[in-house]
Structures are given as structure tokens and as C-alpha cells.
Design a protein around this ligand. Structure first.
Ligand code: PRP
Ligand code: ADE
Length: 176
């Protein structure tokens, strides 16, 4: 069942209190990545949850890259990198956003996608949704069609997934 799948994967992540700041319960997915069956099952379930053809999987730096890269092959899609500002060598477009524990700016190459490209947004985790919503603004500014977003972990108390759904995005997460 979905509940069991959720629990199986949930057992592979751990919680580190007070990282990177006091009061934050950091959900650490590195332990799931270390588990061959757990990582493979995560990618298979994300691929299964994807509907319709996808041209590009957009991964958010840094941990989102791992899931986006692994999904590219089963989805027969390319990988679009959404990076912290200042890292990409070509001409970029950027968006500012607020984090659960700070403020940042993300960027993508201005010429990374053709207008109307069907883009699946992928990250390891959604909390407040600030990062994912900035990524969606950025992708849509570049002309992408972004109708789906997938995450390994949703922290529902922080409300990000609901905000994305209110923006018209079909959100799925393997662990809640
Ligand atoms: C984490 C996570 C998401 C974001 C989610 O990344 O990987 O990208 O926070 O938080 P939000 O929904 O409140 O925006 P982080 O900023 O820690 O960057 P990193 O992956 O480069 O460590
Ligand atoms: N990104 C934002 N909030 C987080 C949390 N609590 N754990 C892991 N990554 C996060």
C-alpha cells in the first residue's frame, strides 16, 4: 500500500536537530541515498507517478540534482539545472526566494528550454515551498509548461505543497 511504501522510505531518512540553525529539525536524506534498494525504489516510484510526456526534468541544486538526473533516463527527458545564482556560465535569468532558514537566489540558463517545453520540477524536499515556487516562476518566465512537481519528502506543516497546488501544479511526494 502507499502507507507502507511511505513508511519503508521514511525509515531510511533521519532527523538532525538544530541544523543548520537552532530550532530546525533537518530531515537528512543522505541515509536513503546510501541504501541501494531505497534509492532505486524512490526513483521508480517518482517515474511511475509522472504522467504524460516530459521534455526536461528540472532539478534544484544541490540534492534535487540527484533525483532529476536519475529520472531523466526512465522519463526519456533531458536535465535542466536550477542553480544557486552565480554558478552557471552562460546568460541566466534569476529569482529571489525566502528559505525556512534564510534568503537566496536561484538561476537557470536563459536559453535552456524551448517555449512550451514540458518540464517536471524535482527536488529532494519541499518545506515552505519558497524554493520550488521560485523555480516554477523562473521556468514559466522562460516559457516552460510546468504542470507537475515531485519531491522525495513533503513537510506538510510548512505548507509549501499546498501553495504549489494553489499555483496549478500537480504535486506528489513519496514521504510525508
Ligand atoms: C533544501 C531542499 C529544498 C529546499 C526546501 O535545500 O533541498 O531545495 O531546502 O525548502 P523550502 O521549501 O522551504 O524552500 P537547501 O536550500 O538546504 O540547499 P541544498 O540542497 O543546496 O543544501
Ligand atoms: N529544507 C528546508 N527545510 C528543511 C528541513 N527541515 N530539512 C531538510 N531540508 C530542508
Amino acid at each position: 500500500s502507499n502507507a507502507n511504501a511511505n513508511d519503508d522510505l521514511k525509515a531510511l531518512i533521519r532527523t538532525i536537530p538544530d541544523f543548520p540553525k537552532p530550532g530546525i529539525l533537518f530531515r537528512d536524506i543522505t541515509t536513503l541515498l546510501l541504501n541501494p534498494a531505497g534509492f532505486a525504489a524512490s526513483i521508480a516510484r517518482m517515474a511511475d507517478a509522472t504522467h504524460g510526456p516530459i521534455d526536461l526534468v528540472a532539478g534544484i541544486e544541490a540534492r534535487g540534482f540527484l533525483f532529476a538526473a536519475a529520472l531523466a533516463s526512465p522519463l526519456k527527458a533531458g536535465v535542466l539545472l536550477i542553480r544557486k545564482d552565480g554558478k552557471l556560465p552562460g546568460a541566466t535569468i534569476a529569482e529571489d526566494y525566502a528559505l525556512e532558514y534564510g534568503q537566496d537566489r536561484i538561476a537557470m540558463h536563459a536559453d535552456a528550454l524551448a517555449p512550451g517545453a514540458r518540464v517536471l520540477l524535482v527536488d529532494d524536499l519541499i518545506a515552505t515551498g519558497g524554493t520550488a515556487r521560485a523555480a516554477i516562476r523562473l521556468l514559466r518566465k522562460a516559457g516552460a509548461s510546468v504542470s507537475q512537481a515531485q519531491f522525495l519528502v513533503d513537510l506538510p506543516d510548512l505548507g509549501g505543497a499546498k501553495l504549489l497546488r494553489d499555483d496549478g501544479v500537480d504535486v506528489s511526494a513519496l514521504i510525508s
